[in-house]
Design a protein around this ligand. Structure first.
Ligand code: NAP
Ligand code: MG
Length: 492
């Protein structure tokens, strides 16, 4: 079916008020190599072949990274096994904790450089990598350092033991933070790690490897193999892995679950989402509008728990749309290294193509497109933040995870209808509820099938709070005491 031509509605006047001068974060002090192979046995090692990773805001190549072969994955797993047997399983837990504290402090010391590199490689606004990714990554190491010598108290006095070697595969939306989410609890529980970063965003993992060297982490305790999905497949299918932790698409997660069936390997999956952000007519609207914006435009919408389905009580629909249109017109889209940028670059050409396809499907299926009236840079992968009105639950933009800055606005009349619509998805990762009434908030929350539910806020994270999904959003929890469980054998 041909896409109907429809000019996006940009009814709000261009942003009123202040004009910003560019406020670029300088990059002259950041250091990285032109070529990285892998990080195995405490050392940077060469690879047989390499691929390039770019800055999605400029499309310029940043560095080359090893395309991990099955043999290179095997070397990394052997190193992790040695690291486990020789060092990590022999250390008293309080000594493991010291390493984790040291890593956390080094992350804080190097925070500025790491934030800049995360932005250069991933495309996310510097204010987010600086204020969210880096502090949270350090917080996860601090938090799990505290657990390392208290594991016997974590599960009602049950005896616990590490699993061995964990194979971890992470996506490109929060490269350093996802590495921290996975590595910190694994090490605290006494496991060693082989981790594969996403092929578009391997840079900060290499800097994290430098931090492990600086922290004097024993060789083999954490290993990084670079590469694409084939490397990830070689890692999760390696016979000497005891546990697989995967974050990424539901499609790949499902394939991994099939491959691992019957192998005895422990598995946790953190997959996609299509979060509902529910706005009741008694909500504080200015705060709710900010929550809607944060819910869908944080990190360009490359967020598994994004509030990508907005459910608005019918009586306030027009007012919410009016305010949203205005707020959209004030968003600054552009150079991610500019400290004023709200929405940065889409992570890759492939992801931009996918988002643009969905913008077309929205119109094709009959919804009305409202795009931010912002200029887009001439180079790099950018798209105007967009919301659709007149969306039906069956529309592709309402049903599928787009993983971009695209919001579907729908309505409901009663709390029962809000709950039914919010739960009408194969996913179950996140939801938000905006209301002035605490009793309504808790009553609705208790009926939502979502792992993470925010009340009068959205996209807030804390190392002490478990995160994870229901249904096709996966299983297992990361963060909090619950985040220990995937890395421990609990004995009676
Ligand atoms: P993906 O293919 O699932 O990638 C996630 C990670 O798994 C990456 O490191 C990837 O390597 C690796 N991988 C790919 N195929 C694998 C396999 N057969 N076995 C083991 N590992 C494998 O996701 P994507 O391609 O980056 O993005 C596709 C869609 O997934 C997105 O549009 C979004 O909807 C969803 N997604 C969700 C999350 C989330 O946090 N829930 C995160 C990212 C993406 P490569 O990087 O080399 O492909
Ligand atoms: Mg992929």
């Amino acid at each position: 079916m041909a896409t109907k031509k429809q000019t996006p509605k940009t009814t709000a006047a261009a942003a009123p008020g202040w004009k910003y001068e560019p406020a670029l974060e300088s990059t002259d002090h950041v250091r990285f190599e032109k070529r990285y192979g892998h990080f195995i046995d405490g050392k940077f090692t060469a690879a047989k072949s390499y691929f390039g990773a770019i800055n999605p805001a400029t499309e310029e190549q940043l560095a080359e990274f090893g395309q991990g072969s099955a043999a290179e994955v095997d070397t990394a797993v052997k190193s992790a096994r040695r690291g486990y047997e020789k060092y990590w399983s022999k250390l008293p837990p309080s000594e493991r904790a010291k390493y984790l504290y040291r890593i956390a402090r080094l992350l804080q010391e190097h925070a500025r450089e790491l934030a800049i590199l995360e932005t250069m490689n991933g495309g996310k606004p510097i204010k987010e990598s600086r204020d969210v990714d880096l502090p949270l990554a350090a917080a996860h190491f601090f938090y799990y350092a505290g657990w390392a010598d208290k594991l016997q108290y974590a599960f009602g006095g049950a005896q616990v033991a590490p699993l061995g070697v964990a194979g971890q595969v992470i996506p490109w939306n929060f490269p350093l933070l996802m590495a921290a989410w996975k590595i910190a609890p694994a090490l605290a529980c006494g496991n060693t790690v082989v981790l594969k970063a996403a092929e578009t965003t391997p840079l900060t993992a290499m800097k994290l490897a430098e931090i492990f060297q600086e922290a004097d982490l024993p060789p083999g305790v954490v290993n990084f193999v670079n590469g694409d999905g084939r490397t990830g497949a070689a890692l999760v299918n390696h016979p000497d892995i005891n546990k697989v932790a995967f974050t990424g698409s539901t499609e790949v997660g499902r394939a991994i679950q099939k491959q691992l069936a019957g192998t005895g390997k422990r598995l946790t999956l953190e997959l996609g989402g299509k979060g509902a952000n529910i706005i009741f007519d008694d909500a504080a609207l200015d705060q709710a509008i900010e929550g809607i914006i944060t819910g869908i435009f944080f990190n360009q919408g490359h967020v598994c728990c994004a509030g990508s389905r907005l459910l608005v009580q019918e009586s306030i629909h027009d007012e919410v749309v009016r305010r949203l249109t205005h707020r959209l017109s004030t968003l600054r889209v552009g150079n991610p290294l500019d400290k004023n940028t709200d929405v940065g670059a889409i992570n890759s050409r492939a992801q931009l193509d996918k988002i643009e396809a969905y913008l077309g499907y929205g119109v094709e299926d009959g919804a009305v497109r409202h795009a931010a009236p912002c200029p887009l840079p001439g180079r790099g992968f950018f798209v105007a933040p967009t919301f659709f009105t007149g969306v039906a639950p069956a529309h592709r933009i309402a049903a599928d995870e787009i993983f971009g800055p695209v919001l579907s606005v729908m309505t409901f009349r009663t709390p029962e209808e809000a709950v039914a619509k919010a739960n009408a998805t194969p996913y179950g990762l996140s939801a938000g509820i905006w209301t002035d009434k605490g009793s309504k908030l808790f009553a609705v929350a208790s009926q939502l099938k979502a792992g993470v539910i925010w009340g009068n806020s959205f996209n807030r994270f804390d190392a002490t709070s478990p995160f994870g999904g229901f249904k096709e959003s996966g299983f297992g929890r990361e963060g909090g005491r619950q985040g220990l469980l995937p890395y421990l054998e609990v004995r009676g």
